[in-house]
Design a protein around this ligand. Sequence first.
Ligand SMILES: NC(=O)c1ccc[n+]([C@@H]2O[C@H](COP(=O)([O-])OP(=O)(O)OC[C@H]3O[C@@H](n4cnc5c(N)ncnc54)[C@H](O)[C@@H]3O)[C@@H](O)[C@H]2O)c1
Length: 425
Amino acid sequence: MRVAVFGAGYVGLVTGACFAELGHEVVVRDVVEAKIEALRAGRVPIHEEGLDELLERNRERISFTTDVSEAVDGAEVVYVAVGTPPTYSGDADLSAVWTVVDELPRIDHRIVVAMKSTVPVGTGRAVRHRLDDRGLENVGYVSNPEFTAEGTAVRDFLEPDRIVIGAFDGADGDVIAGLHAGIDAPVVRCDVPSAEMVKLAANAALVTRISFINEIANVCEATGADVTTVSEGIGLDRRIGPSFLRAGIGYGGSCFPKDSLALKQLAANSGYNFQLLNAVIEVNELQKRRVIGKLERRLGPLRGKRIALLGLAFKPGTDDMREAPSLVLAGRLLSEGADVVAWDPIADGSAHLRGVEIAETALDALAGADGVVIVTEWPEIRDLDWAEAAARMRGNVVIDGRNLFEPDELRAYGLVHEGIGRPIA
Ligand SMILES: NC(=O)c1ccc[n+]([C@@H]2O[C@H](COP(=O)([O-])OP(=O)(O)OC[C@H]3O[C@@H](n4cnc5c(N)ncnc54)[C@H](O)[C@@H]3O)[C@@H](O)[C@H]2O)c1
């Protein structure tokens, strides 16, 4: 099939590359010329495991353009993978989605618009009305939400847990199902609002588990239990399962915070107070700040103290810093008067962290530091020469925000380690 993908971001590029891998002809369209030029020159503007190779391998089947007509010409499916960031109130900003809908030219054959962007329930119906108002009744609409996780997006796309296809017209759903031929996964066929809700509810379920285990961790700290053992013990219960039970300094990223806020707002706009989700979001905000308290208990007032942040990306395997806990931590530390130095193996903090010194290497970041916070569980941080790190630090406090180390592992180097919900060594 011939597929147009609108949006050359994390989702659009992975979607385009994977459909090309499945044998389809793909044109990816973006409004940012520099991005398209880079892609045409074989440079991938984001870091995503396996994406460069996939794009390179499928060069003959994938092209890039800024031109709408060129993208849509001859296409049977138009994927929408543009950003839907939060507005000031927390609702999803759908302006980029509406731009795509309004940009669609008249097409004389049947074509299906498939929504990959995460949108509030009701968006599909609104898009359907807008298409009809424009006389584009021959343009079908399908909700085909994306569940890939950054860092493992290529694998997640090609080996998904499920494919969700919500359609107004069964024939349009069949087109999208056909596009995924070659992927072995259960397919959930449903109405459009339910497909939209599956995406929001899936993310809400995941953030609920994260905030749940973080609260359990906080109670563990108060009572002397070890949250990693508790996670293992409850995760082995088949009714519960082990994933997303890793305590830490809270979730971030381009999806969880915005999608949970958007669902909360969607519920509120519909007259429902989603109390559980409100609490989940609040717990996450407080969790990031608990690190500051841990540092203060160890180091006293942070004014003038040098604090190193190891890891800036919201999770390992990506360069994405959107809503990363590192941003909140850096801001809080700076406002406490600390000198903040940061390092990440891939994410470029210089554009996001005003007032923070960006170090070339992890050891450079640790030189002269009074305390260090492990913010992202990069393997590079685990594999660091911690004897050398300890020698370069001025102080000896390691706040392990991701429980990357066992409590007593760093003691041999004279370091004091404090994790999240774990005994203090
Ligand atoms: N990032 C993820 O892992 C992930 C996972 C699942 C779902 N989603 C959802 O997918 C959507 C896209 O997320 P992302 O992380 O890829 O965003 P992104 O910001 O990385 O990419 C969006 C791209 O769309 C482009 N764009 C804006 N207007 C356009 C237009 N009119 N035509 C063509 N391109 C246009 C932007 O220039 C940008 O390159 C969001 O709704 C997000 O919630 C993201």
